[in-house]
Design a protein around this ligand. Structure first.
Ligand code: LER
Ligand code: MN
Length: 270
C-alpha cells in the first residue's frame, strides 16, 4: 500500500477534511519531506493548476498524484449528477469529465463523492439511480483513455441517501455497463455506516480502488477510536495495493496532521 495526503485549493470547502490548504508548492515540499508517496488534490476546477506547474511540482518532489476530487463541482458550482434540472446534470457530467482529464494527464483517477447528490425534493429514488448509473457509465468510460478507473465514494447518510456502504456500492457497480469504476473506502463514512469496518472492506473486496485513511472523528489516524488492526488485516486479505490517503481534518494543524498520519501509517504497515 502507498501513502498519500490531501491538499485542498477550494476556498468554499474551508473547514472540510483536508490536511493541507491553499499552498500547493508548500504542501508538496512538506509531503515529500515527510516521505509520502503522493498527494491527493481537491481543486476548484481543471484550470486551477496548469499541467506544467503540477508536473513540475510532482516530479521535483518525486511525488505521484494519487487522485483528484470533484467535490468543487458541488461546493462551488452546486452541480450534481442527480439534480432534477437537466442542464445542471449535463454541466455536472461536463465538470467531472474535465476533472478526469485533469487527473488523467498525471495518471490519477477522479473521485465522485458529493457530486453524486441525493434523491428527494421531487426526484424519486428510482429516477436518481437511473441518472446516477447513466452518468457513471459515461464517466467510467471517459476515464478509460487514461488507463485509470473512476473512483466512486459511498458517503454517510448525512451526505447522501444513495449509497452508504461498500456492499451497496458493489451492487451498484456490478449493475453498470462499464467495468472501469472502483469503490472508495472512506473509513470515516464506514465508521458511521458499516456494521463492522473490516467486514465492509471485505464486502468491497476487489472493487476497492482507493482508501480515505482517517480516524472515527475525522481527525488524523490515531486521534480517535478507530481500531486499525482489523482494518489493515482486511486490506491485506483483499489484496489491496493502492493508496491510504489522509483525508482528515487539519488538526491540530496541517503539519502535525500530516506527521501524525505518516507515523501511524508506518506503525501499521511495518
Ligand atoms: C466527503 O465527505 C468526502 O469524504 C469526500 O471524500 C468527498 O467529497
Ligand atoms: Mn472521503
Amino acid at each position: 500500500m502507498k501513502s498519500a495526503v490531501t491538499v485542498s485549493l477550494v476556498a468554499e470547502a474551508k473547514g472540510g477534511p483536508f490536511v493541507f490548504w491553499d499552498d500547493l508548492p508548500g504542501a508538496c515540499r512538506q509531503a515529500a519531506e515527510m516521505g509520502y508517496d503522493a498527494i491527493e488534490l481537491f481543486a476548484p476546477g481543471p484550470d486551477a493548476v496548469s499541467r506544467e506547474q503540477l508536473s513540475g511540482l510532482l516530479q521535483g518532489h518525486r511525488l505521484a498524484l494519487a487522485a483528484v476530487g470533484t467535490g468543487a463541482g458541488w461546493v462551488k458550482h452546486k452541480l450534481t449528477l442527480t439534480s432534477p434540472d437537466p442542464g445542471i446534470r449535463e454541466r455536472a457530467i461536463d465538470f467531472v469529465k474535465s476533472m478526469i482529464d485533469f487527473g488523467g494527464a498525471h495518471r490519477a483517477p477522479a473521485i465522485i463523492g458529493s457530486m453524486q447528490g441525493r434523491w428527494g425534493d421531487g426526484v424519486s429514488r428510482t429516477q436518481a439511480f437511473d441518472w446516477l448509473k447513466a452518468a457513471l457509465t459515461i464517466l467510467g468510460e471517459h476515464a478509460r483513455q487514461y488507463n485509470v478507473p473512476l473512483i466512486y465514494e459511498p458517503l454517510n447518510r448525512y451526505e447522501t441517501n444513495l449509497i452508504n456502504t461498500e456492499a451497496a456500492g458493489v451492487e451498484l457497480l456490478e449493475s453498470l455497463e462499464t467495468d472501469n469504476i472502483r469503490l472508495l473506502a472512506d473509513l470515516f463514512h464506514m465508521n458511521i455506516e458499516e456494521e463492522d469496518i473490516a467486514a465492509g472492506l471485505n464486502d468491497g473486496g476487489r472493487w476497492i480502488g482507493h482508501v480515505h485513511f482517517v480516524d472515527s472523528n475525522r481527525r488524523p489516524a490515531g486521534c480517535g477510536h478507530m481500531d486499525y488492526g482489523p482494518i489493515i488485516k482486511a486490506l491485506h486479505d483483499i489484496g489491496y495495493r493502492d493508496y491510504l490517503s489522509a483525508e482528515a481534518l487539519s488538526w491540530p494543524d496541517a503539519t502535525a496532521a500530516a506527521m501524525q498520519t505518516i507515523s501511524k501509517y508506518r506503525e501499521l504497515l511495518s
